[in-house]
Design a protein around this ligand. Structure first.
Ligand SMILES: [Zn+2]
Length: 300
């Protein structure tokens, strides 16, 4: 997948509009809500991969929707949609009891991926509160809004926006997102603030934002931040890691400010305990993700 991870493609992608027309697709909302609500409150990790909101994925993103493309691969046509909703902590709940409980306060964290093509942003939620992690390239706010919708929420419910670092494919829609998320406070690593417009609160690591611990993971950029939800075992690492072929991997050196620092940060992440790993580039690892990161760190 040579084109899968290239920051310089950001401009190409957001200057081409086919992507935009793909993001508006009716969602099976009832099904999706029940899929996650039914899982609230249990033990094992459960996932509901939902019908797509999204966009043609990745490298040849300009060719358009998977099923309409001239030569869709089997993977593309199955995976053409890319909105994923999951409960980070879940179990065998009673689905029928769940339908009206969306506003109920709960500590359970659930998440949705806004797959923006070659980069992803994420939404996490607890009850009727949400946080947005990264904002994609310019023009991504609507797709992120769809991911909020997948969780039964909208921009008014967003109380935090966390930027993992200041690269354009992660901060490109921060202005639009903050315009819509009128109740939100935005955060990013202190050392990355210089590259981000707007009213952003600096982080140095160790803070609690939306019940998640902020972990300084410098290297890819000086101010790179990761977020871990200890309760549900969810790590969001931005570009401190990528995921390739189902495994954690180093971010490409050509886009990484300090490769040795980035390795130190990967070592630090490898010392944490988590089950699910979400990154900017690559599909989530949803089971025993810490083992994959530990294996990577051990390979240095
Ligand atoms: Zn980056």
């Amino acid at each position: 997948m040579s084109g899968h991870y290239h920051h310089h493609r950001a401009h190409d992608l957001h200057s081409s509009e086919p992507r935009g027309r793909l993001i508006i697709r009716p969602l099976p909302r009832l099904r999706s809500r029940r899929a996650f609500l039914g899982d609230l409150g249990g033990g094992a990790l459960a996932l509901a991969v939902l019908t797509p909101v999204a966009i043609a994925a990745c490298s040849d993103g300009e060719s358009g929707e998977g099923s309409d493309a001239a030569t869709p691969t089997p993977a593309r046509s199955e995976e053409e949609t890319t909105s994923t909703v999951a409960t980070a902590e879940s179990g065998d709940g009673d689905e029928s009891a769940a339908s009206d409980s969306v506003a109920e306060e709960t500590s359970d964290l659930r998440w949705a991926r806004a797959n923006l093509g070659f980069v992803s942003a994420y939404v996490v939620a607890r009850g009727n509160r949400a946080a947005v992690i990264d904002t994609g390239t310019a023009g991504s706010a609507e797709t992120i809004g769809q991911s909020l919708g997948d969780l039964g929420l909208n921009y008014n419910d967003v109380e935090s926006v966390i930027l993992t670092h200041n690269h354009g494919d992660h901060i490109g829609s921060i202005g639009d997102v903050l315009t819509m998320a009128v109740n939100a406070t935005a955060f990013a690593g202190e050392a990355d603030l210089g590259g981000i417009d707007g009213d952003i609160t600096g982080l140095v690591g160790g803070e609690d934002v939306f019940g998640m611990e902020m972990v300084a993971t410098p290297g890819h950029t000086p101010g790179s931040m990761s977020a871990i939800d200890h309760g549900s075992g969810l790590l969001i690492a931005g570009d401190a890691l990528i995921i390739a072929a189902g495994r954690a991997a180093e971010p490409p050196a050509e886009f990484t400010a300090d490769a040795e620092g980035a390795r130190d940060s990967i070592r630090a992440l490898a010392a944490l305990t988590f089950n699910t790993l979400l990154v900017g580039h690559g599909d989530p690892i949803e089971s025993a993700a810490d083992e994959s990161v530990a294996a990577l760190a051990a390979s240095f």
